[in-house]
Design a protein. Structure first.
Length: 222
């Protein structure tokens, strides 16, 4: 199984979720005013880290993720708040909020890419739309699946998704009750199953077993 084949069921799931929202909540739409007020409140409460280095670095990661084309025309804007607590969240319009504390908890750019990919997946799947009644437990696992496909297609080592969850999983509980979240164990197990099913191997892996088998088979032909 390849990442490409994994994407088909994911895209189907995406279509189903969007369809479900559209069918049952046709009047539901993001509330730009409410969202803008919340973003402004975060900015005033914690302050924003908005120097050019941080802004351009975060943009380089989201650009690499969006270049995969998986999420259509989504163009996220990342706001880095100066909060020591680990925080990650997103809004329907495409704003993603991460905190200084979260970025200090992470161990690599790949882990940061997965956190951003997970939030981008929430937005693309409609979880942040006002009126969305997607269960948190279902939404989290769906955002993990799409986030994993996104980083893998963007040439990040997919195993960073697992380590990112181990280092950053409390980050979204800033916004929502931790009780409604699937356990880190359930989430990491799902990701590990997907990575194994994809047949992904680290760059540089030498498949000596199949090469030896090839030579053995060819020798029998002579
Ligand atoms: Zn999430």
């Amino acid at each position: 199984m390849t990442w490409r084949s994994l994407l088909h069921p994911i895209c189907s799931a995406l279509a189903c979720l969007c369809c479900f929202s559209a069918c049952h909540y046709s009047l539901a739409s993001p509330s730009p005013l409410k969202e803008a007020a919340t973003v402004q409140q975060l900015r005033e409460t914690y302050g924003e880290v908005d120097s050019s280095f941080e802004r351009e670095y975060l943009l380089s990661i989201t650009s690499r993720l969006t270049a995969s084309g998986i999420l259509g025309k989504l163009k996220p804007v990342v706001m880095l708040i100066n909060n020591a607590e680990p925080v990650a969240g997103s809004f329907a319009s495409g704003t993603i909020v991460v905190s200084r504390g979260l970025l200090l908890d992470l161990k690599s750019e790949g882990e940061l890419a997965f956190v951003l990919a997970h939030e981008m997946a929430h937005i693309a799947l409609g979880h942040r739309a006002e009126g969305s009644t997607e269960k948190v437990s279902v939404a989290e696992l769906a955002a993990d699946r799409l986030g994993l496909a996104l980083i893998a297609r963007s040439n990040y080592d997919p195993r960073v998704a697992v380590s990112a969850l181990l280092h950053a999983s409390p980050a979204e509980t800033f916004w929502l009750s931790s009780e409604s979240y699937p356990s880190v164990q359930e989430r990491t197990q799902q990701l590990q199953r997907m990575i194994a099913a994809s047949g992904w191997m680290p760059p540089g892996t030498i498949n000596s077993r199949d090469f030896d088998r090839l030579q053995t088979r060819l020798k029998l032909l002579s």
